[in-house]
Design a protein around this ligand. Structure first.
Ligand code: NOJ
Length: 729
């Protein structure tokens, strides 16, 4: 022994560089994988377990308490949810991790940056209505920049759950009912948050959630059981996640629901077999808040230790606020109930993400002045453009809109002057104070008009005392803006509603206002599709505004004045009434196409997926397909000339659907969106949209095990009302 020590000492004295050499994991010239392996090999069991836990920091923003909070957290902790927006607080915890932990592993700071951090953008369902993935990407990059400067490295976004029940409050947070549109938007958001180099100090890690099929909540109730067949899992709920994984999403969050009997947060099929093994996802999976310990309330395990074991063995890597992994993982590994290999796999994934984010080289964020990090003019500009593109013109009788120089406008309803309720749920660090509301937007756009406002009534309740003043204002104006809608917290998490109709008091106000006989522009602000069938007959024009964030009023004013020609299209069906739910365009083909209708209400929705008007008209020329006889390996080129046949410039979104009229494996949807493209077309001009399809990906389908198949036979290409039949040999 003594001899060996003498030899080592001799070597160190002869080659001092060996003694001084940096450990591989601290050497940025080494590959990430080498650094991960090196670091992992140095970690104790306890250190590994701590990396797999996430606590919170900063909910209490009293500066005097900061130190105490930081003090409480272990310097070895893997992650925190960072509720503060002060780089100083963040840096103080990071300093502790870098200097007081044995190996100096940085903490990763996560936060729900859902549709903007301080510059609040439209809620995601609204963004989806833009059908503009480039702008959605730009919005996510604005959110990333603001968040990063405040000290956030990781957002729990995008939510890519397919949602077909608007009673579920979380429809606001996703991209709607269609797997293809949601896939395109998922990839766009991931690119926007992460950029091409997530370590450049301007980007943050994305987290796709909620894996998986959380949106299938029964009857729109949050957190409940979901009944999802393997077939629907593969053809409806998984594609948007796969698209985000392909776009490089660094993390995924497991969901609260249980999938036909197996809770998502303990489901090895989806977490390990599909996500990690089949798709090769090398990032990590974080639980949803409490979703590990909630396996107990789901009746899947009897205590927290079993919960930790079930989730860990299913492939869930990080524990968000469960107090399960920190309390039990060490013992579970020692008892052989969780293998060391599985533990190492989870830790490796967490470390990989931290290296990718550049946290080892740049653990701290540079403290900047508030004015330098938030609400920059270029950020607000993105927010306005996204708001303009998100709003959907639903009705415009007699061409009421755009308004030409109105001399007097009455702005009526609970949303007339509201700022806060334009933000939508998960408003990050956004505040109502910076929202341009409807009245302010209209005043700025129509400086010569006399603009009066009257609330008329509250969002709900029975108080009609404001009706009289509202009716008076309406009767004295040229045109009425009736601004109805939902409160901020009527959608979002844990915000289910039994009806998607607005409360009776808002309907009653609309009926009273209609009696004044003035043209009504109905503007609806909401995070979900609404039942508008009783309001529609009262309105001359209708705009589904959604919750469009800070720039709502400016964007609305741009639309109604004609400065922006509406281009939004619904990313989710608007049912005729709650009784039709669920209703979505891409349902499977049914046995009797001319029967099975409701006896008491229409069977068609009020507004279909993809619906949206413009101030101009577009006429579609003949759709041409490169060849109607195709092989599995040929590419299909589809061209369609679209002419702006009206008198104003506009932006049209052309959509291409396919249909497989007969499939021997499984019945397929009546229509499946496969491509869309938006393009500005000047009045009188024609633009030719060109789409290229690959039969292997675009005509094929998946079976219940996710195996893609492509059958020979007939397929339809559908563009607007034209159907072109193809034969695949
Ligand atoms: C619970 C929500 O379901 C999830 O979307 C969110 O990211 C986490 N809480 C963290 O706030």
């Amino acid at each position: 022994m003594e001899k060996i020590l003498v030899i080592i000492l001799g070597l160190l004295l002869t080659f001092p560089s060996i003694a001084a050499r940096k450990p591989i994991y601290k050497d940025s010239s080494k590959s990430i994988e080498e650094r991960v392996e090196d670091l992992l090999s140095r970690m104790t069991l306890e250190e590994k377990v701590l990396q797999l836990n996430q606590y919170t920091l900063g909910r209490n923003d009293n500066a005097n308490n900061f130190e105490e909070q930081v003090h409480k957290l272990s310097p070895e902790i893997g992650s925190v949810i960072y509720f503060s927006d002060s780089p100083e607080l963040r840096n103080s915890l990071q300093k502790k991790a870098m200097e007081e932990s044995r190996l100096g592993i940085p903490v990763v700071f996560g936060f729900d940056v859902i549709h903007g951090y301080r510059t609040i953008l439209p809620v995601p369902i609204a963004q989806a209505c833009s059908f503009d993935p480039e702008l959605v990407e730009e919005g996510a990059s604005v959110a990333a920049m603001e968040a990063k400067k405040a000290g956030v490295d990781w957002t729990f976004s995008p939510m890519v759950d397919i949602a077909r029940d608007p009673r579920w409050g979380r429809v606001a947070e996703g991209y709607g009912e269609d797997p293809y549109l949601a896939s395109v938007m998922a990839a766009a958001a991931v690119r926007g948050y992460q950029g091409t180099d997530p370590s450049d100090g301007k980007h943050i890690a994305a987290c796709m959630k909620h894996f998986v099929a959380y949106g299938a909540s029964e009857a729109g109730r949050d957190y409940v059981y979901t009944e999802v067949s393997r077939q629907s899992l593969w053809d409806t709920y998984l594609p948007s996640f796969e698209a985000g994984v392909r776009a490089g999403a660094m993390t995924v969050m497991s969901s609260f629901n249980c999938i036909s009997g197996i809770p998502s947060s303990a489901d090895s099929y989806t977490l390990t077999e599909v996500l990690k093994n089949r798709w090769g996802f090398d990032g990590f999976i974080v639980s949803d808040w409490g979703s590990i310990q909630q396996l107990r309330s789901q009746g899947f395990v009897s205590d927290k230790k079993e919960a930790a074991m079930a989730s860990m063995n299913a492939g869930l890597d990080m524990d968000m606020m469960n107090e399960c992994y920190d309390a039990y993982l060490e013992d579970l590994v020692k008892e052989g109930k969780v293998s060391e290999a599985r533990l190492d796999d989870a830790v490796r994934r967490v470390l990989r993400m931290k290296f990718r984010l550049g946290l080892f080289e740049h653990p701290y964020v540079e403290p900047t002045k508030y004015m330098e990090r938030f609400l920059l003019p270029e950020y607000l500009e993105t927010a306005r453009r996204l708001a303009e593109e998100s709003m959907v013109l639903l009705k415009n009788d007699g061409g009421l809109l755009p308004l030409s120089k109105p001399s007097s406008i009455a702005v009526i309803g609970p949303m007339a002057e509201s700022r806060f309720h334009h933000l939508g749920s998960w408003q990050g660090k956004g505040t109502g104070e910076f929202v341009v509301n409807t009245v302010a937007g209209l005043k700025k756009r129509f400086p010569d008009a006399q603009i009066v406002s009257a609330q008329g009534c509250d969002f709900d309740g029975g108080d009609r005392s404001g009706f009289e003043a509202a009716v008076k204002a309406a009767s004295e104006a040229d045109v009425v803006f009736l601004c109805l809608g939902e409160k901020n917290n009527w959608s979002g998490e844990n915000a289910s509603r039994s009806t998607i109709a607005l409360p009776a008091i808002q309907q009653a106000l609309a009926e009273e206002i209609a009696k004044a006989g003035k043209p009504i522009v109905l503007v609806t602000t909401s995070g979900r599709p609404l039942d508008l069938h009783l309001l529609e007959p009262l309105a001359t024009a209708m705009i589904q505004e959604w919750q469009t964030g800070l720039e709502s009023g400016n964007a609305l004013a741009a639309l109604v004045s004609g400065d922006y020609n509406p281009s939004g299209r619904l990313a989710i069906t608007f049912p005729y009434s709650t009784g039709q739910i669920p209703i979505y365009y891409n349902h499977r083909q049914s046995a009797r196409t001319n029967q099975g209708f409701y006896q008491d209400i229409p069977s068609k929705p009020l507004y279909d997926f993809g619906y949206g008007l413009s101030y101009t008209t577009y006429s579609y020329g003949k759709v041409e397909v490169s060849d109607s006889l195709i092989t599995k390996d040929s590419k299909i080129r589809v061209r369609v000339p679209v002419t702006n046949s009206g008198s104003v410039d506009g932006t049209e979104t052309a959509m291409l659907f396919i249909r497989d009229p007969y499939c021997s494996v499984v019945t397929r949807p009546v229509k499946e969106l496969k491509r869309f493209s938006r393009h500005e077309i000047k009045a009188g001009e024609t633009y030719v949209f060109v789409f290229e399809l690959d039969p292997q990906t675009d005509l094929s389908f998946v079976d219940s095990e996710g195996r893609r198949f492509l059958e020979s036979g007939e397929y339809d290409i559908i563009v607007k009302d034209q159907i072109i039949r193809l034969t695949l040999k």
